[in-house]
Design a protein around this ligand. Structure first.
Ligand code: PMP
Length: 361
């Protein structure tokens, strides 16, 4: 096997090694079938079986109630920015959005192209170092739904608790922290997430939608943009991204085998705390996010100068700690440490940071 480095990329991101090994083992021929998953009809028994088990395992992992449908769609999480308002806005209805980062802003802008969307809260003025507190939200009790972004991938902030909306359905873009901790699905109307961070490979987007909301979709929507099409077609109305769903299925099996979402939460808290403890005890490293809002998935921090940051990224890569450069809108360093990111890799980063401060600080 070629040597693997520690991959801190924000997404597509690190996958569990046993998942890659299983996919590699079965790449040429699924045992007993003799054909690769990539070469199989989406109407074949094997692919239907793979898609059904992926759904069953997701339901078990997140204890998804019966009255929710699970869909595997394409177009990325970005497609949901417009598909959500197209389907969930009622005639002459309006929705609330909270803007807590770059993707939240894109979701807000796209939704505005579809209908009447109100800004219920924004932390942009402060540089997205946190998400709003409940008492800062200006919620419309008549809104068709409230859209928020559970984890802000670029800024490294995260909601600890869902916003309280009374009866207004919550819609969450959970792309960068889905299944990183237990989730009470019953609190949500719709949850969506691109798979390429915590769920697998790029190409498939998971959508979990409460059944009664399906009645809202206008029949005039083009088929591919209507959730009902995909519910009726069991996510195979057209050719689904079968390989990406297959990998997602393996990742979910791996999550179950690790002990599920409670165990993931424990590991993710422990891993991220290793880095945050160092940041808090250092004058050299400066965290971007305010402590109560810090993400367990994307740890963002700065060094005293851009020159030192560039050197940090280069030296780290030389020692096998890769993809640590922060997003250009924040600068500095971002360590993305999703579910599959090993604790040893985080410990290696912390040692590297200590050594870097000692020699360059
Ligand atoms: N939302 C969030 C929170 C993200 O982090 C990303 C991608 N980094 C997106 C949406 C966009 O996802 P996609 O590329 O799958 O459209």
């Amino acid at each position: 096997m070629t040597d693997r480095v520690y991959n801190f990329a924000a997404g597509p991101a690190v996958l569990p090694l046993p998942v890659l090994e299983e996919a590699q083992r079965d790449l040429l021929a699924v045992p007993g079938v003799g054909i690769s998953v990539m070469e199989m009809s989406h109407r074949s028994k094997t692919i239907i079986g793979i898609m059904e088990s992926a759904e069953e395992d997701i339901r078990r992992l997140a204890a998804i109630p019966e009255n929710y449908r699970v869909l595997f769609l394409q177009g990325g999480a970005s497609m949901q920015f417009s598909m959500v308002p197209m389907n969930l806005l009622t005639p002459n209805g309006k929705a609330d959005h909270v803007v807590t980062g770059s993707f939240a802003k894109l979701a807000f802008q796209d939704a505005q192209r579809v209908g009447q969307i109100n800004l219920a809260g924004s932390t942009e003025a402060g540089g997205f170092v946190r998400v709003p507190d409940q008492d800062e939200l200006e919620l419309d009790p008549e809104a068709d739904y409230l859209h928020f972004t559970t984890n802000n991938t670029i800024y490294g902030t995260q909601w600890r608790l869902e916003p309280e909306t009374g009866g207004v359905p919550l819609v969450a873009d959970a792309s960068s922290n889905i299944f990183s901790k237990p989730i009470d699905v019953a609190k949500y109307g719709l949850i969506y997430a691109g798979a390429q961070k915590n769920l697998g490979a790029a190409g498939v987007t998971l959508v979990i939608i409460r059944e009664d909301l399906l009645e809202r979709s206008p029949p005039t929507l083009p088929a591919m943009l209507n959730y009902n099409t995909h519910v009726k077609g069991k996510s195979a109305y057209n050719t689904p991204p079968v390989f990406a769903v297959y990998i997602l299925g393996l990742v979910v099996k791996w999550l179950l085998a690790q002990g599920g979402l409670g165990e993931m939460a424990r590991r993710n808290a422990e891993k991220s705390q290793l880095i945050y403890d160092l940041i808090d005890s250092s004058e050299f490293f400066r965290g971007h996010a305010l402590p109560p809002y810090r993400s367990t998935m994307n740890v963002t921090f700065r060094l005293p100068s851009e020159d030192l940051e560039a050197r940090f990224v280069d030296h780290a890569a030389e020692t096998g700690l890769c993809e640590l450069k922060g997003h250009r809108s924040v600068g500095g360093i971002r360590a993305s440490i999703y579910n599959a990111f090993p604790r040893d890799g985080v410990a290696a980063l912390v040692s590297f940071m200590q050594e870097f401060e000692r020699t360059q600080g």
